[in-house]
Design a protein around this ligand. Sequence first.
Ligand code: AGP
Length: 616
Amino acid sequence: MCGIVGYIGKRQASPILLDGLRRLEYRGYDSAGMALNSGGSLQILRRAGRIENLRQLVAEVQPLSDTGISHTRWATHGAPTDENAHPHRDQSGNLALVHNGVIENYITLRDGLKAEGHTFTSETDTEVLAHLVGYYYDLSDEKDAALRLSSAVQRALSRVKGTYGIAVMHVDAPDVIVGARLGSPLVVGLGEGEHFLASDVSAIVAHTRDVIYLNDYDMVTLRRDGFEVKSLEGGSAQVQVSHVDFDVAEAEKGDFPHYMLKEIYEQPASLRNAMRGRLSREEATAVLGGLQMTPRELRDVERIIFSGCGTAYHAGMVGEYLMESLARIPTEVEIASEFRYRNVPTDKNTLQFVISQSGETIDTLAALREAKRKGLRVLGLVNNVASTIARETDGGIYIHAGPEIGVAATKSFTSQVAVLTLLSLLFGRIRHLSTTDGLEMIDELEALPDKITSILNQTDHIREIAKKYAHVEGMLFLGRQANYPVAMEGALKMKEISYIYASGHPSAELKHGIIALVKPELPSVFIAPDDAVFDKNVSNIEEVKARKGPVIAVTTEGQTKLERIADDVIYIPSCPSILSPLLTVIPLQLLAYHLAVERGCDVDKPRNLAKSVTVE
Ligand code: AGP
């Protein structure tokens, strides 16, 4: 979960690298650095902390070079210090390398290099990789420096266990940058007399929309006027130029103080985009061409597995309720990092979905590969087009949420749930749902964006509630049925950005131990829409109140019973219970956001986190 940007061309490299890093900062922000190759010298500038610290250093030094690599870090090995910041040099000091990933056998490799007299200045696995490449570079008698560098990279990576996305330069080869990837994304940008390398397209789309998404084991040699991609496993690599449809403005904050708030407010639009062109009134069903499955194949599905991490997992939990309720298909949800190591019995009629906003989460990618190894058809629910997961699935459904920059997932959750609803409608309508059922569902889905808008209009009310609880050290989130996953999601948002310890539970679990925690200093957030289990939730709320626990309740407009019981009430418009997660989550997103702001937390870049977890 680091960000890499490389540039070789006809312009000054440092401004291009800094702007690219700024767009990748959501991937990691513990430290940042760049290496510039010019006139027989390799200049390295790096600083702990945010990219702004690096920008100030670059402004002081004013390096001149048209070739450079850069990196913004999420620390895996070694604290976020200047010494541990990338780029790292090899033993000679003539080679610079940046890396996204984890070298699992770095200690063994480091011991071997130490035995050869190498000395290290950092605690990182990346410095070991730089030394290993430099070791093979110095060992080679190849006269052509570019060839010498690429073969040194190839030899070094053949000894590596783990994951990498790297960019490497050598002072003797000022006309090339070498990149390679295994498990961490890397994309090549194609320009006129200039070429780019980046962890994702957002870093380079301002300069080119023609890109090549490298595959695992690809190695690229970039020059000003061309590039060459080969496979580290030997032979030629599959090179496909894609044209990126990415609106840079979409990835800007605009008038919002934080990306997270912008993305919360984008949800009426992102929900419309998730459903656009996918609802057929004529057939009273959803139309999802990306599944690439015939009606017969769809009908043969007898079991569904959803897997993902974090918020994506919570969306899958809602999907389980949706699929069982609308399609009556046995469905289970697995945390991807657990699924990949379990030996889940499956058969040819089991259909697996992997859910991922970034499409790069390594545990979800591993779950995908494990399911495919077992012969399952695996489909993706992904936001990031052409991401690794999207490219390795057998098909899938893009959620079309647009760039989500805030580390805390918001619009991607509601778009994932919306797409899961369409999926459940589609499966339901080829089984037992009637035309009337289908049309009613379509009406309710199309009404949701405006209902979300009405909730967003309550942001001042929710901010006032947040202020009351800004000092608390803990918070419970409770819900039933499809709002149990919403309780989990609300707790995750609260943890992630306000650093308040929070946990989500089924409301009825209170009496099985959790109620022991209830006290005046511990607020409970109940997601209690006016549905078949509303009265059960009311009983739970009474139990908490009887023990002087403060209660914040989310319930349906017109249901005023909670006014006299709860300390604070947030109302949402009515909708079918199975669709209520798309509404009940909005107040929880805003509550977490306002609490985090009240507590002075860094909403878009919470401590210790990054947007995409590409390391295990
Ligand atoms: C959610 O707010 C977090 N950012 C995190 O749990 C995230 O949902 C998880 O890492 C999965 O990411 P993905 O959807 O990109 O795979």
